[in-house]
Write a protein that binds this ligand. Structure first.
Ligand SMILES: [Zn+2]
Length: 472
């Protein structure tokens, strides 16, 4: 069994690894590259999505791939699946049932964004310039979801003759899984384990990552390979003090948040601390059609929650059913929020403020000294979110110059990824401490994690680059 790394090798997005086993090809993830806007001159800074790398040929023939396995629904792990299908892949796609649920929502959104981006690019087409075409359409998304086959956690499933797949809970988002491939042959069984993205222990709603008993090779994410997160208690205390200040000041609380994971975590904290934080005095707007659909999907999979969350769901107002929660799916309802100047909590995307409804809410709240803007996720350089976090006094929004007078907060500790200690502990439980390849991390973060694994567990560590081949 060999693995060749084609994406997220030396960077954090575009997860895509090809396993060659028993004369067949198993692709692990098929993600989109995110956060780059080069080559699209008509796009505002930080808004580029479907770039040249996503539209480029795959480094293998899609028709030659026999099976696809998806670790979880995040778009940097699934975003190019409809393109793979459009270009000839016709095999089964094995993944957790909750991932099938979420991927249908997220890939439809990606198709929609791609269509809107292409339309915008083509609006100012110069003579002789090639028009942009969407990466894929809803029909390609439908074709991809028809190929998806559900595999529950902890259920070994033969996906090719002599090749068995086992998914285990990765505790990262709903349905996220670590992937184990067991290949029998040549007198022995070879086991490859791919971590996917690993969540931190003690995260709200989800269970902790399930331990993996043994492996011959581990392919492991390293997003926060050089960092330690704040404790959950500190995060809760920080949010409590922000709501105390918001009561005092009377302005709105505006929270840019990713639709999957972070939004549900916030709603969970709101349910848990509803009285302590005086949330009854606010209207809580969930202003994102995708976040509403994803939150509904979380509600459908209560069986996957941790014990604490199951208890909360049974005894408190459920996060999606808070008495003052206002999900605003349509644009008109969203626009009405613009007229509210106090005692509203507004959760909207995109998480880094590069697009979406959050930009309207920033336009109407940034200049208000009584408003609080709360960043709960990583803000990549060049994004509007990062510009605000870095202390800009003015920003440009919809052609207007908006002064930043609102109070800006950055709340850590809500990451969906394990930190260095969490990654090292998960690996440390794998019997025999097998050789490990670190992916899904930027240098030097993954180099720091490599040092930690070598010194703590005596591991043999590879930092693969695109095209690197490793034998199991
Ligand atoms: Zn992820």
């Amino acid at each position: 069994m060999d693995i060749v790394f084609h994406g997220a090798a030396g960077e954090v997005t575009g997860s895509c690894h090809l396993v060659e086993v028993a004369g067949k090809r198993v692709l692990l993830d098929c993600g989109m590259i995110q956060g780059e806007s080069q080559g699209r001159p008509n796009r505002p800074q930080g808004e580029g999505k479907a770039d040249e790398r996503n539209a480029a040929d795959f480094p293998f023939d899609p028709e030659s791939v026999d099976v696809l396995v998806l670790s979880h629904a995040h778009i940097d792990h699934t975003g190019r699946v409809p393109l793979l299908v459009k270009r000839g892949f016709a095999g089964p796609i094995f993944t957790h049932p909750a991932t099938i649920d979420l991927a249908a929502i997220m890939l439809a959104d990606a198709a929609n964004i791609s269509a809107m981006d292409a339309e915008r690019d083509n609006r100012h087409l110069q003579p002789g310039q090639k028009p942009s075409v969407p990466l894929y359409a809803q029909a390609d998304v439908d074709a991809a979801t028809r190929l998806m086959r559900p595999v529950a956690y902890g259920t070994p499933t033969e996906i090719l003759p002599g090749v068995t797949l086992t998914l285990r809970d990765a505790g990262h988002i709903l349905g996220s899984a670590t992937v184990e491939l067991d290949a029998a042959g040549e007198g022995a069984t070879h086991i490859l384990v791919f971590s996917g993205d690993l969540g931190p222990n003690g995260t709200p709603i989800l269970c902790d990552p399930a331990p993996v008993p043994t492996a011959d090779l581990v392919v492991m994410e390293s997003t926060y390979g050089d960092r330690l997160h704040k404790s959950r208690e500190d995060t809760v205390a920080e949010l409590a003090s922000i709501f105390a200040a918001a009561h005092r000041d009377g302005g709105n609380v505006v929270i840019p948040a990713f639709a999957v994971g972070r939004t549900q975590e916030l709603l969970y904290f709101f349910a848990e601390h509803f009285d302590a934080w005086g949330l009854g005095a606010f209207r809580i707007f969930l202003d994102s059609p995708m976040a509403i659909r994803v939150t509904d999907a979380y509600d459908r999979h209560e069986d996957l929650f941790n014990a604490e969350a199951k208890k909360l769901w049974a005894t408190r107002p459920q996060p999606l059913k808070l008495p003052n929660l206002v999900p605003t799916a349509d644009g008109e309802a969203s626009r009405r929020i613009n007229g509210i100047h106090g005692h509203a909590v507004i959760i909207a995307g995109s998480g880094m403020c590069t697009g979406g409804r959050i930009r309207h809410h920033l336009r109407y709240n940034l200049a208000n000294p009584a408003a609080h803007i709360v960043f709960v996720g990583y803000q990549a350089s060049g994004t509007l979110g990062r510009i605000i976090v870095d202390g800009a006094k003015h920003v440009r929004l919809f052609g207007d110059d908006i002064p930043v007078r609102a109070q800006v907060h950055t709340v850590g500790g809500l990451s969906a990824h394990a930190d260095q200690a969490g990654l090292s502990a998960w690996y440390g439980l794998i019997g025999g401490h097998p050789p490990v390849c670190l992916v899904h991390g930027e240098d030097p973060g993954r180099a720091k994690l490599a040092d930690e694994l070598k010194s703590k567990w005596g591991s043999e560590v590879t930092l693969p680059m695109p095209g690197t081949r490793v034998s199991v």
